[in-house]
Design a protein. Structure first.
Lengths: 173, 418
């Protein structure tokens, strides 16, 4: 079944033919983060694809993955392009290295999962929170619930983790 | 600089210098063209044919690229009275120019046609906004785009910035070094009567302009304009009968990419760009190296894109891009000027075409600046690069164009004076 939903006023949809994304977001809707694990080479991959980027195998099994990691890089948007985000600036898009499979299959590779910086309940983070985050910040996954069958994985500060004393931020505030 | 002895290579040597760019043309760079991309495109094509000294009906091959924001070749051909033996309209933005020149050489070499016009026609300000605002920003989000646009991660600046940030983090590059790209290109644009923005900017101007998305200030971003551009490629032996000194094509790399093309950030280092791979095709194909290049045209959709490409194509050491672009090397009068027309940051946005056009004119020693035209019909260049003055690079022989689609994909081309 296809999914139609609305998030911050944006129409989101997943076609009924798009089985990989339907499965991915169905897990997310249950606040259960799962990625495809290749049945042949055993590597996890993100985002969902129809073949393994390392060994080309079309066979994979959805596998639960812990949503914890570290900010690898980010963009902090002050001038929103999409109308849905205009009321939420500045907002952050984080590229997070999961702890799981970091440095595999080669040292510069990682499962780099995209998400916004949010509060623990999945709402886009307010400006004072945005100013605390930079490269190196430890984060944990939370979800923004969009519809019954659709939640978006997001990132929030991992309160239980040891944080860097000063995460790296762009020099000009 | 004179060419070195051939070293080696992947392009058969007989293809080097066998084809040339013989005609270049453009419309005015505008905001609010008040005409269709069809009208813009035929305007540029007529100018390019006139520049080459051929009839538009001599064009028998046509290539174009767009993101569904242009008019296809058959309509353009009809409007200029050309019957085509070959044409192809493809999807693409930055990095398409050099790649399509490579395709043009291939189809002529295969005997499909003899004279190819390549065009890019766009109302990048008044119809399909290049910055992604307007209708594009409100389009429904489906499937794979849920992993990007649903997070407010959509425009080119937003999508590229994690690369730029990680680069600064890794190498300690300072905002004022990067800003020098805009400063230098604006100096060049001030000597280009065609440039949409001719004002010279300072580092402070760039750093005090508002933040669009960190690390990009408004003045780190290119201009959005309405325009069309066209270039004509044919065999060098035919080129010798045409109006201008030909720009001989030495070597090309086309849409060479990093791994994990579904989402390049999955591999690293993420601050490395496609040029890291492309350099190993470009330089052997051209039989020259970065040290032989007199001027560059490094795609400046953003200040950062010029810097990262100059670095990964090997014009400076890894991590020294900030020093390279702020050292004066890239300035007119410097060792290797970059984007002497002002580029995308100042002249106008064309998805790469105007930087190739500029280097063709530079190689003719006929940059269209404000220097007087002598009795022989040639421009009398003063090499005085002060505001409003000359922008011809002295004794230029070899150029490199470095095209950018995104951090993952690049094309490039080396040309020399015929």
């Amino acid at each position: 079944m296809s999914i139609q939903a609305n998030y911050l006023g944006m129409p989101l949809s997943i076609d009924e033919l798009d089985q990989e994304n339907l499965a991915y977001f169905a897990h997310c809707a249950r606040h259960d983060f799962q990625l495809q694990k290749c049945d042949d080479c055993g590597l996890l991959r993100y985002p969902p694809t129809t073949g393994c980027p390392w060994c080309a195998s079309p066979r994979a099994t959805w596998t639960p993955v812990e949503g914890r990691g570290e900010v690898h890089s980010y963009v902090e948007v002050h001038h929103a392009i999409q109308p849905a985000f205009k009321a939420h600036t500045p907002y952050m898009v984080l590229l997070v290295d999961l702890d799981t499979q970091k440095g595999q299959p080669s040292e510069t590779e990682a499962l780099r999962v995209v998400g916004n910086l949010t509060t623990p309940d999945g709402a886009l983070a307010p400006p004072d929170l945005v100013r605390q985050i930079g490269i190196g910040t430890r984060v944990r996954m939370v979800f923004s619930d969009v519809a019954d069958a659709l939640s978006l994985p997001q990132w929030t500060i991992d309160g239980a983790a040891l944080q860097p004393t000063r995460p790296w931020r762009y020099p000009q505030e | 600089m004179p060419l070195p002895t051939d070293t080696d290579v992947s392009t058969p040597k007989y293809l080097r210098d066998k084809y040339a760019i013989v005609g270049v043309g453009e419309t005015t760079y505008m905001r609010g063209s008040n005409m269709t991309t069809r009208a813009l495109g035929t305007w540029a094509l007529r100018n390019a044919a006139a520049d080459a000294g051929i009839r538009t009906s001599d064009i028998d091959g046509m290539l174009s690229y767009s993101n569904n924001d242009s008019t296809p070749a058959p309509f353009m051909a009809g409007d200029i009275g050309a019957r085509l033996d070959f044409y192809m309209d493809c999807i693409g933005g930055g990095s398409s120019t050099e790649a399509l020149i490579g395709i043009a050489i291939g189809v002529m070499e295969a005997g499909l046609c003899t004279c190819v016009a390549i065009f890019r026609a766009m109302n990048g300000f008044s119809q399909v906004r290049i910055g992604g605002t307007g209708a594009r920003s409100a389009a429904p989000i489906g499937g794979d785009m849920l992993h990007s646009r649903a997070y407010g991660w959509q425009s080119a600046g937003q999508m590229f910035s994690p690369t730029f940030m990680r680069y600064m983090y890794q190498h300690g590059t300072r905002p004022e070094q990067v800003a020098m790209v805009k400063v230098v290109h604006s100096e060049h644009a001030s000597n280009n009567p065609k440039a949409y923005y001719k004002k010279r900017y300072t580092v402070d101007d760039v750093l005090s302009s508002r933040i669009i998305c960190k690390p990009l200030h408004l003045l780190d971003c290119c201009v959005e304009t309405d325009n069309a551009t066209a270039i004509i490629v044919t065999r060098a032996d035919r080129a010798r009968d045409m109006r201008h000194t030909p720009a001989l094509i030495r070597g090309i790399v086309g849409r060479c990419s990093k791994p994990r093309m579904d989402m390049h950030y999955q591999t690293g280092p993420i601050e490395r760009v496609g040029a890291y791979y492309a350099k190993d095709i470009l330089w052997p194909n051209a039989g020259v190296g970065p040290e032989d290049i007199d001027a560059t045209g490094a795609y400046d959709a953003f200040t950062f894109t010029s810097m990262l490409q100059l670095e990964d194509y090997g014009f400076c050491k890894k991590g020294e891009g900030g020093e390279y672009v702020s050292s004066g090397i890239t300035r007119l009068g410097g060792r290797r000027p970059n984007n002497t027309s002002g580029g995308h940051l100042c002249e106008g946005y064309t998805h790469g075409m105007n930087m190739v056009i500029e280097n063709v004119r530079q190689l003719r020693h006929a940059a269209d600046d404000s220097c007087p035209i002598g009795p022989d019909g040639k421009r009398q260049h003063t090499y005085d690069y002060r505001e409003g003055g000359c922008r011809q690079v002295r004794a230029i022989e070899v150029t490199a164009n470095l095209g950018w689609a995104n951090p993952m994909t690049t094309s490039a081309m080396v040309m020399r004076r015929g």
